[in-house]
Design a protein around this ligand. Structure first.
Ligand code: BV8
Ligand code: ZN
Length: 229
């Protein structure tokens, strides 16, 4: 950390766990919603088949998020912002808590739960956290709006992955924090960093498929370990 000029970070649901945001796969379970696995309800197919059900799921999660604040892990990363020549933060999370903690230029590769977009003209709507259920439900052009979130089977936002990959390929130290490293292409980023010679650090209470290729695997909670770093 003392000698690093450029730092890359990939975070997942685990970094928001201590804020009270449920993870998807942690604790041996998989998030289930009305009998469906979360990767069924959070899918492109479901938006086509039953958009109201998708909104019910996301409005429920936005309701949970109303009580959640950034935790010491988010704040530690926000404090690192000005301590390195360059710091690139890529998050798979859609909860907006990194931005809430003061991080700038967060690359949200899976979108943001507080933004919606028209299915036809792609007009964007920024919702306030308090705006539950979502509003508006239809665009000014008359078409329905959907969460501006990347669902399974959907492309990542234009350029987001590429920006993350570029940072991963050129950083001195790369942190993979609170992610089970199972979802692609985001899970490629730590691998790119490692292949490009970065010092790869994992922060996770559990082992992941990345653990064996990490230079350092800190077995613990992000909210406790990151402030120590
Ligand atoms: C795409 C938004 C293609 C929605 C999400 C077969 C093989 C390989 C890939 C695929 C395949 N079949 C399908 C695919 C592609 C698929 C994929 O990767 N599937 C995986 C599951 C097999 N990927 C996609 O579909 C992506 N799109 O590939 O497009 C394409 C190509 C061309 C043209 C068209 C299309 C899109 C993926 C994005 C999906 N959207 N989220 C929503 O939120 O509902 S993914 C979802 O999983 C979240 O974003 C989440 O962040 C992400 C990953 O999960 P994690 O963040 O890692 O969270 P998880 O719960 O899994 O783990 C938590 C970790 O934290 C645990 O390790 C735990 O130990 C740790 N932890 C717990 N507490 C703490 C902690 N760590 C630190 N501190 C703590 N206190
Ligand atoms: Zn529209």
């Amino acid at each position: 950390m003392d000698r690093a000029n450029s730092v890359g970070i990939l975070t997942g649901a685990g970094i928001s766990a201590e804020s009270g945001v449920p993870t998807f796969r942690g604790g041996g379970g998989t998030a289930i919603w009305k009998g469906m696995r979360f990767d069924q309800i959070s899918s492109a197919e479901m938006v086509r088949r039953d958009l109201p059900a998708v909104w019910e799921w996301f409005d429920y999660r936005r309701g949970v998020l109303q009580e959640c604040e950034p935790n010491p892990a988010h704040r530690a990363i926000a404090n690192w912002q000005d301590r390195f020549e360059s710091l690139t933060l890529v998050t798979q999370n859609i909860d907006g808590l990194h931005r809430g903690a003061g991080s700038r230029d967060v690359i949200e590769v899976h979108g943001n739960i507080h933004r919606s977009r028209c299915v036809s003209c792609s007009k964007m709507f920024q919702m306030d956290r308090a705006c539950v259920p979502h509003d508006p439900d239809t665009c000014v052009c008359g078409s329905p709006v959907r969460p501006d979130v990347v669902l399974f089977g959907e492309m990542l936002p234009e350029g987001a992955y590429e920006k993350g990959a570029e940072a991963a390929a050129s950083c001195d130290v790369f942190f993979t924090i609170g992610t089970s490293a199972l979802v692609y292409p985001a899970a490629m980023l730590p691998e790119i960093a490692k292949r490009s010679g970065a010092f790869l650090v994992e922060v996770n209470p559990e082992e992941t498929p990345l653990t064996s290729s990490c230079d350092l695997s800190l077995r613990g909670k992000a909210g406790e370990l990151l402030p120590l770093l």
